[in-house]
Every structure is written in structure tokens, then in C-alpha cells.
Design a binder for this molecule. Structure first.
Ligand SMILES: [Zn+2]
Length: 157
């Protein structure tokens, strides 16, 4: 199953704006511009974060894991939505699967495709793939400017 891009709902795009603001903050810090946010079923923001590999010298801090940790303990993840500016890598796809996060909203997957098709097909996650031009241009510019850091982040030698 290949998830095709859609326009998404207004609510999905509003949630993406939170993740995008995190990505831009990361870029301003000299980091990799990928942001994430976790929302409750009723739309309440639970946590937001960004890739901080460069800032914290920590390869385990991705946009999604940062948002997840900032959300603290949740009794259940049923109904929650993880939003990320970029298709989640396998590490973050595993997190979504492990904790039973119900929905995933993605800004774009043109510049990188991680595990979102697997999540949709094999993990029962509702995946909404947007094709947000701001997310695309931000990653395209970053990859062109810092290919070394980008390849490090995605584990390419
Ligand atoms: Zn990741």
C-alpha cells in the first residue's frame, strides 16, 4: 500500500503548523529542520519538539521522539495524532507502532520516505500524507546546504 498525498483537513494543517514552527526553530539553532507534535483525540496539544541531533549531540532526539517525550506519560495513545514535517524514519515509525498512536499526519515525503507506508498497511495507523510546499522547500534547502549532516541523520555512509 502506498499512501498518496491529500490536501488534508483544516485541523490536520493546523497541527502541521505546530510541527513546522518546531522545525524552523531547529533550523534557527543550526539543527536539522524536522519538527513533530503529539495531539490528543480532542485536538489538545500534548507535546511538541524537534530534531536536536546537532544541538544536543544526541542522535536519538528526532522531532517525533522529542514531542513524544515532552508529552510525558499517557495512559493510552488511542486516538492520538502524531504530526511530523517529514515522513517518519524507521526509529520513529517503530515508536508510533509500539505505543499504538492512532493517526499520523506528515508534511511531506518527497525528500525522504521512512516507514509510513508500513504503518498504514501493517500497523493499522491512519496516515494522512500532505504535500506541504514549505516543508518540501525547507528540507530541500537543508539537504543541499548540509548533505553531511543529513546523511548522518538518515544513517547513510
Ligand atoms: Zn525519526
Amino acid at each position: 500500500m502506498t499512501v498518496l498525498p491529500t490536501a488534508g483537513s483544516d485541523a490536520d494543517r493546523e497541527m502541521l503548523a505546530v510541527a513546522l514552527a518546531e522545525a524552523r526553530a531547529g533550523l534557527a539553532e543550526g539543527g536539522i529542520p524536522i519538527g513533530g507534535a503529539l495531539f490528543a483525540a480532542d485536538g489538545t496539544l500534548l507535546g511538541r519538539g524537534r530534531n536536536r541531533r546537532v544541538q544536543e549531540d544526541d542522535p536519538s532526539i528526532h522531532g517525533e521522539t522529542d514531542a513524544f517525550r515532552k508529552a510525558g506519560r499517557q495512559r493510552s495513545y488511542r486516538g492520538t495524532t502524531m504530526v511530523t514535517t517529514l515522513s517518519p524514519c524507521w526509529y520513529c515509525s517503530g515508536l508510533i507502532r509500539q505505543f499504538g498512536i492512532s493517526r499520523l499526519v506528515i508534511g511531506e515525503s518527497q525528500t525522504f520516505t521512512g516507514g509510513h507506508n508500513w504503518l498504514a498497511q501493517d500497523a493499522g495507523v491512519e496516515v494522512v500524507l500532505l504535500d506541504d510546499p514549505d516543508c518540501v522547500s525547507m528540507m530541500t534547502d537543508f539537504i543541499a546546504a548540509r548533505p553531511d549532516v543529513w546523511n548522518e541523520d538518515i544513517g547513510v555512509d
